[in-house]
Design a protein around this ligand. Structure first.
Ligand SMILES: [Zn+2]
Length: 220
């Protein structure tokens, strides 16, 4: 495991994307030994302000010209869904799909030691990249040995960084993506609304991606 330094130890046991393919309770412990996370305060989702897609600094995380269906989005109403109380997107994609940096940044976390398909919460392979404004993008459930960058690497938008997988609390091969306000927590309440500037497909009025819509990563 890389990136397990005093300053980032909090990340060690908290990188559960909490997907589960739309079923099962959310499991997002806050820190090693911290016990159950506090409940999400009402309003985290309701106060969402999405950056208009044409002003978004983020590009879709998969290859230009490829398309994937978003099957679990932001703040679902059902508390049994993994994304309840958080901003995040899940895309179906075959194991090993190439993933690219959505924005320039620095790799602050990379672990890829877990095997695909064991469906064990806590066995997520994750990649975290921090941007110049302090926000952090997370790619979750990556395939075994599927990360091609290392902690400390500077990456440019569009660089190949990883390959998708089916590790940890996952109901099938997919990518979980979310944006964190900073590197201090992966709590649901630290997730931010995320839009992409090159998502080819119908969008919500807010600019966010729509459930069960298939999005092509457009050239820009
Ligand atoms: Zn997810």
């Amino acid at each position: 495991m890389r990136g397990f330094e005093p300053g980032t130890a909090f990340l060690a046991a908290v990188l559960l994307a909490g997907c589960g393919g739309g079923s099962g309770p959310a499991v997002v412990p806050d820190a090693p030994g911290a016990g159950a996370p506090p409940p999400d305060p009402p309003g985290h989702c309701e106060l969402a302000v999405f950056t208009p897609p044409d002003q978004s600094p983020y590009r879709m995380p998969y290859g230009i010209g490829t398309a994937h269906t978003m099957f679990q989005g932001n703040c679902p109403p059902d508390p049994t869904w993994g994304h309840f109380g958080m901003f995040a997107y899940d895309f179906w994609m075959p194991l090993g799909t190439p993933l690219y940096a959505a924005r320039d940044g620095t790799v602050i976390w990379a672990n890829a030691q877990y095997r695909d398909g064991d469906h064990t919460p806590g066995h997520e392979n994750n990649l975290l990249i921090q941007h110049a404004d302090g926000t952090v993008i997370r790619y979750g459930h990556l395939t075994f040995d599927g990360i091609v960058v290392a902690v400390g690497d500077l990456v440019r938008q569009g660089d190949l960084v990883a390959h998708s997988g089916d590790t940890g609390n996952s109901g099938g091969p997919h990518l979980h993506v979310d944006l964190l306000a900073d590197s201090m927590s992966v709590a649901k309440t630290n997730t931010l609304p995320l839009t992409f500037r090159n998502a080819g497909g119908r969008l919500a009025e807010s600019g966010e991606l729509l459930l069960n819509e298939t999005y092509t990563a457009l050239p820009d």
